[in-house]
Design a protein around this ligand. Structure first.
Ligand code: COA
Length: 531
């Protein structure tokens, strides 16, 4: 292990210019974070308060241990989509309850009655996946009108996976606890219905397959909400509820009590002696390029996020556009792969080799993506860049140690795949606010399309309209840029959240603790490596 000696000059004009541009990105991030805090129109908030009830985020605050962090997951889901807005109608994240790391999932009943739009459904499925992979007990705070009815066609089929997830986690010994705070109809009734433990709050919880109006239509029976599905009926007659809470705070207390009785996981969540980085995390904003077209040395970032700024580099002088090496985060060993330029054949081979080593060594992986893709051109095709890239993709695909990916700049082309992008199932994936994800850069994309257009015109004997081509190209640059920015990506759930780069170490610390909640074993074999 050795400390990477930072070479940045904090007084240089380029550092200061970059810092100023990154600070603008942080202002943008903070504005979006504020947007994601929205919990509904004033009339609904006031009504909830008047009734002495808690809002979705307050329930989370009350449930968490006093000193617990809260790593919010997918807070920007739905940004830019048609639907109920940034974050959807659920607040979710990881924190500690009765000393145990849990996934918390709180319906925002004050937006559209907590009805589930498309983004909220996708977010719910991702939250379930994270809970399963990291063996985190799930605590649902239920107050939801079920499917967003005008949009039911988009939600109904995939929505079933939420219930499947609850029972599959249960089979794996990962419990789900539901505290029902409000109305929970139809599909919503199956959330408590499938849970291992159910708490219903007296006079608030209403759980039924169909509410009184539908019952009247279906069977002509006349009934009221409380006798059809109130907490008292379910706790004393139907048995759908296991605990009846006197009020919301009592419901939260009961959930904390249930968690305190769960058997301990095999993992090691004990705090270790941890050395902080020797360089300031504040400097990360000056280090990471605000413009993804300008390269930066990712060692400058690594040295600001790993324990004691210590990195033991593997093949330091070989395949230099990919940094590989061992470090520690929160006392846990990690194998880091970080791009420092385009991937050449030697860098791809080095990456595949290092991933195999980490699997042999049972060491989780951290990918720091800043990649414009694999090197192109005749020379590299002759060298077999395709098969070398394929080896790296093979290693990433078949690796069985947990991985975390952070997109620190560009994430273009097959580079996204080879560096463990979304489709390669890292346990957690975060992006920086200036990052870009796409098949290629907007200028390149527009340029390729213009060349294809010109060639097609020539083949058909038509004169290519240069003016129209230019206008089309400008439009494409704009569109491609819009669809590759971090907000669009986060809105589509291509990541688990856009983060302030200065917070990277804090996120990684929690992710490492979550990962070590599970046992894992490196891959015993890989697919065929083309030589
Ligand atoms: N889909 C879409 N929007 C819904 C909705 C649903 N399932 N349920 C409620 N909403 C909307 C309402 O249209 C209203 O929208 P607005 O703020 O734009 O006016 C908002 O949520 C609040 O609804 P409201 O009925 O005024 O609130 P409430 O607190 O009196 O009642 C419920 C809340 C959930 C009890 C009630 O709305 C209800 O019974 N909804 C239908 C539940 C259902 O049958 N779901 C089946 C799902 S499969």
């Amino acid at each position: 292990m050795s400390v990477f000696q930072s070479k940045i000059n904090r007084n240089s004009e380029s550092y200061q210019r970059n810092l100023a541009l990154m600070k603008e990105k942080i202002v943008e991030l903070e504005a979006k974070q504020k947007e994601a805090l929205f919990q509904g129109e004033e009339k609904y908030l006031a009504r909830t308060k008047r009734a002495g009830r808690l809002l979705a985020r307050e329930r989370i605050e009350m449930l968490l241990d006093v000193d617990s962090p809260f790593m919010e997951m997918c807070p920007f889901a739905g940004w830019g989509m048609d639907g109920f807005g940034t974050g959807g109608t659920v607040v979710a994240g990881i924190g500690f309850v009765s000393g145990r790391m849990c996934m918390l999932n709180s319906n925002v009943g004050t937006i559209k009655g907590g009805a589930i739009d498309y983004a909220t459904l996708q977010k719910g499925l991702r939250i379930g996946e994270i809970a399963t992979e990291n063996r985190l007990p799930m605590i649902n705070m239920v107050e939801s009108a079920g499917a967003n009815l005008p949009d039911q066609a988009k939600i109904f089929n995939y929505g079933g996976a939420n219930f499947r997830g609850i029972t599959q986690r249960s089979q794996l010994g990962i419990p789900t606890i539901s505290i029902v705070f409000g109305s929970s109809t139809a599909g919503g009734a199956y959330i408590p219905g499938m849970s291992d433990y159910v708490i219903m709050v007296k006079n608030e919880a209403k759980v039924f397959l169909a509410g009184p109006p539908l019952v009247k239509m279906a069977t002509n029976e006349v009934t009221d909400e409380e006798s059809l599905g109130g907490a008292k009926m379910h706790s004393t007659i139907s048995g759908v509820s296991d605990y009846m809470a006197e009020d919301e705070m009592d419901g939260i207390r009961l959930a904390r009590e249930i968690v305190s009785n769960l058997k301990a996981e095999i993992g090691n969540q004990n705090a270790k002696e941890v050395e902080e980085p020797i360089y300031s995390t504040e400097e990360i904003l000056g280090v990471v390029s605000a413009d993804v077209r300008i390269p930066f040395d990712q060692r400058e970032l690594i040295t600001r996020i790993v324990d004691g700024s210590q990195l033991s580099e593997f093949k330091l002088a070989f395949g230099s556009t990919l940094i590989t090496g061992y470090a520690k985060i929160n006392g846990y060993q990690i194998g880091i792969l970080a791009n420092n330029g385009v991937l050449f054949p030697d860098a791809a081979n080095k990456g595949a080799h290092f991933i195999q080593l980490c699997n042999q060594n049972n060491t989780p992986l951290l990918f720091l993506q800043n990649i414009t893709g694999f090197m192109v051109g005749k020379k590299y095709e002759e060298e077999g860049i395709i098969k070398h890239g394929a080896k790296l993709i093979n290693a990433v695909s078949n690796s069985t140690v947990p991985a975390i990916t952070i997109i620190t700049g560009a994430s273009y082309g097959a580079g996204n795949y080879a560096m463990c992008g979304r489709a390669y199932k890292p346990r957690f994936l975060f992006t920086y606010p200036q990052s870009k994800i796409a098949v290629m850069g907007p200028d390149q994309l527009a340029g390729v399309m213009q060349t294809i257009g010109r060639q097609a015109a020539e083949k058909s004997g038509i004169t290519y309209d240069e003016e129209q081509g230019k206008a089309m190209s400008a439009y494409m640059v704009k569109e491609a840029d819009k669809q590759s920015n971090a907000w669009y990506a986060s809105g589509q759930l291509w990541d688990d959240g856009v983060i302030d780069p200065r917070e990277t170490r804090n996120y990684l610390k929690l992710c490492m603790t979550a990962i070590h909640n599970t046992s894992f074993e490196g891959a015993k074999g890989f697919g065929v490596f083309r030589m």
